[in-house]
Write a new protein. Structure first.
Length: 425
């Protein structure tokens, strides 16, 4: 009997000895330093790092790839982005969303991301984007886990249909509900919006994933109420607070208090360093705040925090190519997490921590008996991967190679010498 696939000379996290990973019927059967079982296909990793797939914890597939439509964001600000998106959103069709979302997912897969949580705007009464992304979810299910969160871009309290639309989206099959309490008109309405989101989530037993305090306003204190609701309702493990950038500006005593509560609730955090380093701090002259949540402090508390790309070439953020290594690289710099252990923690944020946020940890990881979802990176360890952001040479989903990329090599011609170099130390 032959196995389906063997990866030989694989370097696993924290191990010096290279291993064989034997895969059959889409599952990891055996991991060992030798093998005598033949396989139909063998991949020689040549000592490269083999990891479980990257996890995208926060993206907006319904707005992805709309940059410049109907016009460019001249100021580059969040507020102009919201204005442009409101116009672009009126033009969306099923085909439009399908094409852009599928293309963006292909970019993810090509770079080793096989688990994605996407928000989807429900403020369009026809729910076109929700319907289209539910189709996408089904279409990509054989190779990508896609979770969808109903996202009320226009808020809940001043948009009377928002709750009904969110409820309809949940009935149609989205996995969770969100909110934007910091965009509600008053503190009181923001609090009320959070309560309603939790009520809805409890009714349908689905995830809560709230865009929370995405502002530099140090008075934006909705995280404490999200944490309180999660704690009181025992809903923390299914609750995610996204962005929480205001925490960057909280006084330390208050930040400490709110993190204590988050610890009691045991909720998840998601930071979005690419969009937030670009969009936050826009009211500052100098010095300019970095506009990212307190990543180190969240980790120190033993709380789970993972990373999202947030926007991929849309009116809010026109850059990006759906690379989670790029997201992690930015986080490392913005949060000054350049200590050796901190860099390893950053790598966890786009892998294991993401699986925790998405609550798929049991089926995630390179272990015997788990699904054979693996990525071969052209790197010798995690820190090397964060530095060079190298090619993901093989992406394997349920034992099948679904993407392959040639590593970058440069041919130099200096004087009479010709040589091929790469950028390893
Ligand atoms: Fe977002």
């Amino acid at each position: 009997m032959k196995n389906q696939l063997t990866i030989k000379n694989a370097k696993l996290h924290g191990q010096d000895q290279l291993v064989y990973i034997a895969i059959d019927q889409g599952m990891i059967r055996h991991i060992s330093t030798h093998t005598d079982v033949e396989a139909s296909e063998t991949i020689d990793a040549q000592g490269a790092l083999v990891i479980p797939p990257f996890v995208q914890s926060h993206v907006h597939l319904d707005s992805a790839l709309t940059v410049g439509e109907p016009r460019e964001n001249v100021s580059g600000t969040l507020y102009e982005g919201i204005e442009i998106w409101a116009q672009r959103q009126k033009q969306i069709t099923r085909e439009d969303v399908l094409a852009r979302a599928l293309k963006t997912i292909k970019w993810h897969v090509g770079q080793g991301t096989l688990l994605i949580r996407s928000h989807v705007d429900i403020s369009d009464p026809s729910l076109t984007a929700v319907k289209a992304l539910l189709e996408v979810k089904e279409k990509v299910a054989p190779y990508v886990t896609l979770q969808l969160m109903a996202f009320p871009q226009e808020g809940i309290m001043d948009y009377p249909q928002a709750l009904e639309l969110m409820e309809e989206a949940v009935k149609m099959g989205v996995d969770g509900v969100g909110g934007t309490p910091h965009l509600e008109f008053t503190r009181e309405e923001g609090i009320a919006s959070i309560n309603r989101v939790f009520d809805l989530a409890e009714k349908y037993d689905c995830f809560v994933d709230i865009h929370c305090d995405e502002t530099d306003d140090e008075q934006s204190r909705f995280l404490e109420h999200v944490a309180l609701q999660a704690y009181r309702r025992g809903y923390g493990p299914r609750t995610t607070a996204g962005h929480t950038t205001a925490m960057h500006s909280y006084n330390h005593a208050y930040a400490d208090k709110v993190l204590n509560l988050a610890q009691r609730a045991n909720l998840h955090f998601v930071a979005n360093p690419l969009s937030n380093i670009s969009l936050m701090g826009r009211f500052d002259s100098y010095p300019k705040r970095r506009g990212i949540t307190r990543v180190k402090e969240i980790i120190e508390r033993g709380l789970n925090i993972s990373l999202g790309h947030d926007n991929v070439m849309d009116p809010f953020y026109g850059m990006g190519m759906a690379s989670m290594l790029q997201v992690a690289n930015m986080c490392l710099h913005v949060c000054q997490m350049t200590g050796i252990d901190e860099m390893r923690q950053i790598f966890d944020m786009i892998t294991l921590n993401g699986a925790k946020t998405l609550q798929v940890k049991d089926a995630y990881g390179i272990e015997e008996g788990k699904p054979a979802n693996l990525v071969v990176l052209d790197a010798h360890d995690e820190v090397d991967a964060l530095r060079r952001m190298p090619a993901v040479t093989k992406v394997i989903s349920l034992g099948k190679v679904v993407a392959a990329t040639e590593p970058v090599r440069t041919r130099l011609s200096l004087g009479n010498n010709e040589e091929v170099i790469d950028y390893r130390k």
